[in-house]
Design a binder for this molecule. Structure first.
Ligand code: NAD
Length: 352
């Protein structure tokens, strides 16, 4: 088991990573506690802290809806929840997003605990305090920054996660290693079998702990994305989001950012921002985890014009420049204000 504290915006966030730790980790909560989890995890949550109230929902993107969120609020209100009480999100990124949102607005904020159950949730979605719900079918329109007091990554949950969810979650893990943590890159370069095939407990625990530490270290320096530091977490995401748009959102996020990281590393090397060899490092590690490094490897055909057109709507565009984090060498990065025209050209070339 691994445990550490991070201070973010004056709040202490405790992280615990380990096997079979959820019940014990929650047992110290004081006040009323509501567990929110998806129906698919009903059996797994059965034995956990039977004294707690429970709220079961269907997960997936349809759960991240304002109306669904208000139904949970309604339940909490009927049970008399107040600011001293706790809400625990047990599930993937959709559950942590919706429960994070509710906990931040209910009586201006009650104690939030997140227990992610997917690899993506453990290494990314549950980490960093961003939450969001969709509104009128537009993703994450409503959301806040709100840190949990406790993150419990219980690796027992991963035993039922389909293989492809592990592979796809690894894209975000690899991202941290490329732009933030060379030592982690070297670790990942030696442990593909242990992670994907054997699902070695100790190795997976290390992967999750290191990813959470790397992400929280960035978030603690720039919680609200105002200092130009948190943007590093966007590596691979500018072109990744364009790929998602060009596939009408049928390509999985992890696969899209895998191709996105490849394209963005190529831009960095071709424009002279990085040392030679970064493209080889990026493509080698992604391929070794079975992740795609070109649009041909994606199951869906990408509409390149649609993908390129979406770049101008990127949240990081400022007067025809796009703020992008690019790797300079393994474990290091810099911010580049990329002319939109240049980015359009590179994207078209990389996806053709
Ligand atoms: N707030 C953030 O910073 C942030 C970051 C990245 C992603 N996200 C959000 O996260 C969401 C995606 O998260 P996700 O990939 O975890 O998806 P998800 O929550 O939809 O879960 C994926 C599927 O896995 C199932 N599942 C969950 N745990 C399981 C387990 N232990 N065993 C078997 N099946 C299990 C779920 O029932 C679901 O069908 C998106 O909505 C995305 O916007 C948020």
């Amino acid at each position: 088991m691994k445990e550490f504290l991070t201070e973010i915006g004056g709040k202490e966030v405790r992280t615990i990573v380990g096997k079979g730790i959820l019940g014990e980790a929650l047992s110290s909560l004081k006040g009323k506690t509501l567990l929110v989890y998806p129906t698919s995890l009903k059996d797994k949550v059965k034995g956990v802290n039977n004294e707690f109230l429970r709220y079961e929902i269907q997960d997936g993107e349809q759960a991240k809806d304002l109306e669904r969120a208000m139904e949970i609020v309604d339940f909490m209100f009927s049970q008399g929840f107040d600011r001293g009480d706790n809400v625990v999100a047990i599930g993937g990124g959709t559950i942590s997003d919706v429960v994070g949102f509710i906990s931040s607005i209910y009586m201006r904020g009650l104690n939030l605990v997140i227990a992610p159950t997917t690899l993506l949730g453990m290494v990314d979605a549950a980490i960093g305090g961003k939450n969001g719900v969709n509104f009128k079918n537009v993703k994450n329109v409503l959301g806040t920054f709100y840190q949990p007091s406790l993150i419990v990554a219980d690796t027992d949950f991963l035993s039922t996660l389909p293989q492809q969810e592990i592979t796809r979650g690894m894209a975000e893990v690899i991202k941290y290693s490329i732009v933030l943590d060379k030592e982690f890159y070297d670790f990942l370069a030696m442990n593909q079998e242990e992670i994907l095939k054997e699902r070695n407990h100790g190795v997976i625990e290390e992967v999750i702990t290191r990813s959470i530490r790397d992400k929280l270290n960035v978030v603690s320096q720039d919680e609200r994305e105002t200092k130009g530091i948190r943007i590093v977490l966007n590596f691979g995401h500018t072109i990744g989001h364009a790929i998602e748009a060009g596939s009408s959102f049928s390509v999985h996020h992890g696969l899209a950012i895998s191709v996105g990281m490849t394209c963005e590393a190529k831009i960095s090397e071709e424009m002279g921002y990085s040392e030679e060899g970064i493209v080889e490092d990026v493509t080698w590690i992604l391929s070794s985890y079975g992740l795609p490094i070109s649009s041909e490897k994606l199951e869906t055909k990408i509409d390149i014009e649609k993908a390129v057109a979406s770049l101008s709507k990127d949240k990081k565009v400022r007067s025809n420049y796009v703020m992008m984090p690019l790797p300079t060498r393994l474990g290091e990065w810099r911010r580049v204000d990329m002319p939109l025209e240049t980015l359009n050209g590179f994207t078209r070339q990389c996806l053709s």
